[in-house]
Design a protein around this ligand. Structure first.
Ligand code: ZN
Ligand code: ZN
Length: 537
């Protein structure tokens, strides 16, 4: 790859930013301020993938700034979303289903003024922990201030055309009979039970009735499952801008894009239909060329299902940070953008070690011959550090090594492991960074079973050598010089000792390098190591 072919830092983020710029230029719009947007759900406990949208949009903002433009990230919490389903394990009265989440009491006590603000605050806290800067807007405030009034009135005026287009693009017929606007019922306070059936343009109001409604909700375990919400039968009118209500989701994005002058918003595969409709509305009804998009990858739980916000055992960023650094989350989210990926806490060890590898590449401690790969790796490292990378390499010890040591040393852990690391020449000296890593790995080792078997190819002569080593380790006899014993076993079987050590590191630590293996084996226990090796012969 030649110099001039590299855009920005050479990552997908830079490519996306430059596509965006090219498009804006073609459209002839001002590029004085390029706003990117990300939606934040407020209806369930946010899993780590929910941060992805905002973190990646922030990456695009950084890339634009790096290319010399001004940019900001709008993080929009949809707290007018009606609650469709009570998340598992949460104490929420059934009466609240169908009400907007900003009207439902906080199920976690009185720490926030509503269910919605508790959930949004978890997401914002997650972003703050990662160092993401954003301008926060909520749907509630946005509608209350009337920021979407013009767009709402325009869309109500064209509701027939919009209803037809929604059917054409998505097959959904609902908006052929009702208006795409949900007022909050004046009687029961629910939002998803109201149906607007008439728009009185001169008075800027809709007429609605509150009736039983059926709304699909996000639960991939019960595909197409729908909830039934009981309406109260009330009939009333709702004045746009005065009474609270919200646009149907299929058309609301467009209103926001126009109102906030948004130039980029990513989306997940699951809302592709909505994006199609919103793009058309933005272009044709609101006369605002829709923002540049990209489709981002979805996160699946280990069962291959999309992580649903309403399932228990959510992989939250708060919990992740008990075991891994903010950089491990940022690496997860900046690594790539397309596809679908399974995700769980068990990914933390490899992400931690992968970050260290990137750091070593960045500081030239690991040589990469492939120029394109080098540029990309360095660029990724910079994005993971939000384009403000450290000026020197940080102290690090292999996370997997720490896990093994944490399993053995449970008391006075930091001191004892530090001593071992120095003994093994894994670190030169103790530091708060290493103490912190030991704490993280310790939390992980205490909470999860880390004895997963890794898949490696082992040839038959190496297997023979391994068998001999297993016998030696299982034998109760004292081993005088284990390092030498391993060396001799390799030699005796015609295996290059260096390669044999490599296999041992792979089996014990899932890496190809490690501390002096002999003393380390004695520390983590002969029997323990024999069991690990045995699984591979
Ligand atoms: Zn709260
Ligand atoms: Zn009602």
């Amino acid at each position: 790859m030649s110099e001039q072919n590299i855009i920005g830092k050479g990552t997908w983020i830079d490519k996306l930013a430059s596509e965006l710029l090219e498009r804006e230029e073609k459209l002839g719009r001002s590029t004085d301020l390029l706003r990117v947007e990300s939606g934040l759900g407020a209806s369930g406990i946010p899993h780590i993938g929910s941060l992805g949208d905002a973190v990646r949009a922030y990456g695009v903002k950084l890339a634009l700034e790096n290319l010399g433009y001004k940019s900001e990230l709008i993080a929009y919490s949809d707290d007018l979303d009606g609650l469709r389903k009570i998340p598992e394990g949460l104490d929420v009265d059934k009466e609240n289903i169908g009400k907007r989440v900003s009207k439902i009491p906080d199920p976690f006590g009185s720490c926030h003024d509503s269910y919605g603000s508790h959930m949004s605050s978890l997401l914002l806290d997650g972003l703050d922990n990662l160092g993401i800067k954003y301008i926060h807007k909520t749907a509630h405030e946005t509608y209350k201030k009337g920021l979407l009034n013009d767009q709402t009135l325009k869309m109500l005026d064209k509701s027939k055309k919009i209803g037809d287009k929604i059917e054409e693009l998505t097959g959904q017929q609902k908006f052929q009979t009702i208006l795409p606007y949900f007022p909050e019922c004046h009687n029961c306070g629910k939002l998803y039970t109201t149906e607007s059936f008439d728009y009185i343009k001169d008075e800027k109001k809709v007429l609605y009735r509150c009736k039983d409604s059926v709304i699909g909700y996000d639960d991939k375990r019960n595909k197409d499952k729908k909830g039934k919400y009981l309406g109260c039968g009330h009939e009333g009118e709702s004045i746009i801008g005065k009474d609270l209500g919200k646009l149907a989701w299929k058309i609301e994005f467009a209103a926001r894009w126009k109102a906030f002058d948004i130039r980029f918003e990513a989306y997940g595969k699951d809302i592709m239909d909505s994006v199609k409709v919103n793009d058309w509305i933005s272009d044709e009804i609101l006369d605002f060329r829709h923002p540049h998009h990209t489709r981002y990858e979805m996160f699946l739980d280990k069962g291959g299902k999309k992580i649903s916000k309403s399932l228990g055992n959510v992989v939250t960023s708060q919990k992740w940070l008990k075991f891994g650094t903010p950089q491990s989350i940022l690496l997860l989210l900046y690594k790539r953008i397309t596809g679908a990926r399974e995700l769980g806490f068990e990914d933390i060890p490899s992400l931690m070690d992968e970050y260290d590898e990137l750091e070593k590449i960045y500081f030239g401690k690991i040589k990469i011959d492939n120029e394109a790969k080098l540029v990309k790796s360095k660029g990724l490292y910079e994005y993971v550090n939000l384009l403000n990378p450290p000026t020197q390499i940080q102290p690090y010890a292999s996370y997997r090594l720490l896990l093994e040591l944490c399993k053995i040393f449970k008391e006075d852990r930091i001191n004892r492991i530090n001593k071992k690391l120095v003994d093994y020449h894994a670190i030169k000296e103790t530091s708060t960074d290493i103490d912190n890593l030991i704490t993280l790995a310790g939390n992980f080792a205490d909470e999860f079973d880390i004895s997963e078997k890794i898949e490696i190819e082992i040839n038959s002569i190496t297997k023979k050598a391994l068998t001999e080593l297993v016998l030696l380790l299982s034998d109760g006899e004292e081993i005088e010089d284990i390092q030498n014993a391993i060396y001799q076993i390799a030699k005796g079987n015609g295996v290059e000792p260096r390669d044999f050590f490599k296999v041992l590191y792979q089996i014990i630590l899932s890496t190809t390098k490690g501390p002096k293996i002999g003393p380390f084996i004695m520390d983590i226990g002969r029997k323990n190591v024999a069991e690990k090796l045995h699984a591979h012969i």
